[in-house]
Design a protein around this ligand. Structure first.
Ligand code: AGP
Length: 609
C-alpha cells in the first residue's frame, strides 16, 4: 500500500514528512514525493526508488522551507514506477496538491470527461484525476470542492490535500484506505498508519469511511462527505513501534489475511460495471483473439501454481477451453510442445520469480501470446508479458502469501467468465449471476475470519503433529494443495495434499491412529465420493477436519470436526475454503512459537533458480 503523511504546525514540514514516510517504508513502495507550501506557492519534489533518494535531492528537507506539507510513498497500481507517476499530483496551475492511497475505480471515464473539458494529464495514474477534479470544482472553498469530488469518484481512497490559497490548512479524506490524524504539541498530522506519527504523538483520531478532516496548526475539525461537522474522540495508542507497523496484529501474515476482503474488492470492482458485466480494459484482447484460443497453459510456482490448478477447473468448466497447468521449473526444462494459438498465463505475486520469468520467455520465444497475472507493477514478468492483469493486493510482506493468492483467484475467475461469455459458452445473464456471486465474497471472507478463535483452539491441538494430510477432489484438491503448503511452510510440520481418490493407491498406508487429515468437501457433485474417502480414513484411525458448504450438515456424521463456509458458486469455493486453512496453518505456527512472517530457508521472492 502507499504511505501518506501530512503536517501543519510551527516546525519545518519537510523533515517531518520524510521522517514519517520512513516509518511507513515497511508497507513497500517504489517511489516517493513531498509537497510543501513555501510561503508563496506549493513546491513539490519526487524521486524514483528509495526514500533516501528523495532525502538527498531535498537535503533531508532543508531546501524545502515551509510548515505545511504532504508526503507519499507510492506502491504502483496504475502506471509504472516513475518520477512522473510518483505523488503528490498537482492541478495544472500547481495550486492544489494531492497524495492518495487506494484505487479510483472509475478514473478512466473521469479522465475522459476532464480531458474533454480541456484538462491535460502528465501521469498514467488514477490519482491525477483527483487533482484536476478539485481544480474543476474549486471556487474558493476547499471543503466544498472536496465534497463535490468525493461524491463523484468510486473506489478506495485515503487522500491528503493542500491548497496554495489556503496554506493554513491540510485536508484528509478516507474511504476504505486507512487514514489517521495525530494531534501534537507543535502541530497536527495525517498519516496512513500509526507508526508515522508515534514520534510526535500517541493521541490519534481514526478517520472513518466518508469522513473529511480539516487540520490547522492548532485545530482539527471533522466533516461528513456532505460537509456536516462531526464530533470525534481521539484514541491513545499504547502500541510499540513494531506492533504499530502490523496495525496491532501479531504478524503481518494475520494482518494480510484480514486484508483479503479489501484485496478481493480492489481486484474485482474496477473490472465490473453497474450492470454486473465484466470489462477488463488492460487485457487488450479482442473477442476474436479470445475466441481463437485453442488451449490455455498456466505456468507458475508455489501458491500461484495452486491458483492455476483451481483456474483449470474454472476455465474448463465455464469456457470449455482445455487448460494445462505446469510448475514453471518443470515447464522451462521439458521442451514443451508449444502452439502459437495457445495462450500462456504466468501467475506471480512478485513478478520476479526466476522460474516463472524464464517460462514466460520460453513461451514468448515459441510465439505464444503471454498474459501475466502479477501483483507488483513494473516487475520483470509484468514488463515482459504481452498482456498484464494486475492483482491490486498491495505489498505483501509475509513470506506466506494469503491476500495476493486470494486476489490471483479473483483475476482468474474474471478471465474465465469473460472468456466463457465471449466464446458463447455462457449467456450474459449467467455472467451477471457469476459476478453477483463474486461480489459477495468479501463479506463471506470477513465472516470466515470471524472463526479465528475457534480455529486457534483447534490448531493448538496440533502443534506437536508430525504429519498432516489434506485431501480433496477437483477444485477441492487444488484447495488442499494450498492448505498443505500454508501449514508446512510456516510450521515446518510435514504435510501433503492428495487427490482424495488417490488414497487407496498407496497413501492411505500413512494413516495411523490420530493422524490429522483435512478434507475439503465443497464440490457438491463429488460429495458422496469424498464422504466415502473420509470414511476410509476414519475407519483407519484418522481424525478428519472437514471444510464444507453450509448446506452439507451430513458431514458431521462422518467427520470429527467440521468448518462450514457460506454458500457460493461451486467455482468460487476456493476463495472461502482457504480462509480457515490459512488460519489453521498460522495458529499452528504461532503455537510453535515460530517466526510466522519469516519462515526458515524461505524468501518472499525466489529470484534465483
Ligand atoms: C507461498 O506462500 C510462497 N510464498 C511461495 O510458494 C510463492 O507462492 C512462490 O514462491 C511464487 O511466488 P510468486 O507468486 O512471487 O511468483
Amino acid at each position: 500500500m502507499c504511505g501518506i503523511v501530512g503536517y501543519i504546525g510551527r516546525s519545518p514540514a519537510a523533515p517531518i514528512l520524510l521522517d514519517g514516510l520512513a516509518r511507513l517504508e515497511y508497507r513497500g513502495y517504489d517511489s516517493a514525493g513531498i509537497a510543501v507550501y513555501d510561503g508563496k506557492k506549493l513546491v513539490g519534489r519526487k524521486a524514483l526508488g528509495k526514500l533516501k533518494v528523495l532525502a538527498e535531492v531535498t537535503h533531508d528537507g532543508a531546501n524545502m522551507p515551509g510548515t505545511v506539507g504532504i508526503g507519499h510513498t507510492r506502491w504502483a497500481t496504475h502506471g509504472e514506477p516513475s518520477e512522473i507517476n510518483a505523488h503528490p499530483h498537482f492541478n495544472e496551475e500547481e495550486t492544489i496538491a494531492v497524495v492518495h492511497n487506494g484505487i479510483i475505480e472509475n478514473y478512466l471515464p473521469l479522465r475522459e470527461k476532464l480531458s474533454g473539458r480541456g484538462y491535460s494529464f502528465v501521469s498514467e495514474t488514477d490519482t491525477e484525476v483527483i487533482a484536476h477534479m478539485l481544480d474543476y470544482y474549486y471556487k474558493g472553498d476547499p471543503l466544498a470542492a472536496i465534497t463535490k469530488v468525493i461524491h463523484r469518484v468510486e473506489g478506495s481512497y485515503a487522500l491528503g490535500i493542500i491548497f496554495a490559497e489556503h496554506p493554513d490548512k491540510v485536508y484528509a479524506v478516507r474511504k476504505d484506505s486507512p487514514l489517521i490524524v495525530g494531534r501534537s504539541k507543535d502541530g497536527n498530522l495525517i498519516a496512513s498508519d500509526v507508526p508515522a506519527v508515534l514520534k510526535y504523538t500517541r493521541d490519534v483520531y481514526f478517520i472513518q469511511n466518508n469522513e473529511i478532516a480539516e487540520l490547522t496548526e492548532d485545530s482539527i475539525a471533522f466533516f461528513s462527505v456532505d460537509g456536516d461537522p462531526i464530533q470525534k474522540e481521539s484514541k491513545h495508542i499504547d502500541w510499540d513501534e513494531n506492533a504499530a507497523e502490523k496495525g496491532g496484529y501479531e504478524y503481518f501474515m494475520l494482518k494480510e489475511m484480514y486484508e483479503q476482503p479489501k484485496t478481493v474488492r480492489d481486484t474485482l470492482n474496477p473490472r465490473i460495471n453497474e450492470n454486473d458485466e465484466i470489462h477488463i480494459e488492460e487485457l487488450g484482447m479482442t473477442d476474436e483473439e479470445i475466441a481463437q484460443i485453442s488451449r490455455i497453459r498456466i505456468v507458475a510456482c508455489g501458491s500461484a501454481y495452486h491458483t492455476g490448478v483451481t483456474a483449470k477447473y474454472v476455465f474448463e468448466g465455464m469456457a470449455r477451453i482445455p487448460v494445462d497447468v505446469d510448475l514453471a521449473s518443470e515447464f522451462r526444462y521439458r521442451d514443451p510442445i508449444l502452439d502459437p494459438k495457445e495462450l500462456v498465463i504466468v501467475i506471480s505475486q512478485s513478478g520476479e520469480t526466476a522460474d516463472s520469468l524464464e517460462a514466460l520467455r520460453l513461451a514468448k520465444a515459441g510465439g505464444n501470446t503471454t498474459l501475466a497475472i502479477v501483483n507488483v507493477v513494473g516487475s520483470s514478468i509484468a514488463r515482459e508479458a504481452d498482456k498484464v492483469m494486475y492483482t491490486w493486493a498491495g505489498p505483501e510482506i509475509a513470506v506466506a502469501t494469503t491476500k495476493a493468492y486470494s486476489a490471483q483467484l479473483i483475476a482468474e475467475y474474471l478471465l474465465a467468465i469473460k472468456f466463457a461469455c465471449v466464446r458463447k459458452k455462457i449467456t450474459r445473464e449467467e455472467m451477471r449471476a457469476y459476478v453477483r456471486d463474486l461480489k459477495k465474497l468479501p463479506e463471506q471472507i470477513e465472516l470466515l475470519l470471524g472463526n479465528e478463535k475457534r480455529i486457534q483452539r483447534f490448531a493448538n491441538r496440533y502443534v506437536t503433529a508430525k504429519d498432516v494430510f489434506f485431501v480433496g477432489r477437483g477444485i477441492d484438491y487444488a484447495i488442499s494443495m494450498e492448505g498443505s503448503l500454508k501449514l508446512k511452510e510456516i510450521s515446518y510440520i510435514h504435510s501433503e495434499a492428495y487427490a482424495a481418490g488417490e488414497l487407496k493407491h498407496g497413501t492411505i498406508s500413512l494413516i495411523e491412529e490420530g493422524t490429522l487429515v483435512a478434507a475439503v468437501v465443497t464440490q457438491k457433485a463429488l460429495y458422496p465420493k469424498t464422504i466415502s474417502n473420509i470414511k476410509e480414513l476414519t475407519t483407519r484411525g484418522a481424525f478428519v477436519m472437514a471444510v464444507t458448504n453450509e448446506d452439507n450438515p451430513e458431514l458431521e456424521k462422518v467427520a470429527d470436526y467440521v468448518i462450514y463456509i457460506p454458500e457460493t458458486n461451486q467455482y468460487f469455493t476456493n476463495s472461502l475454503a482457504i480462509i480457515p486453512l490459512q488460519m489453521f496453518g498460522y495458529y499452528v505456527s504461532v503455537g510453535k512459537g515460530l517466526d510466522v512472517d519469516k519462515p526458515r530457508n524461505l524468501a518472499k521472492s525466489v529470484t534465483v533458480e
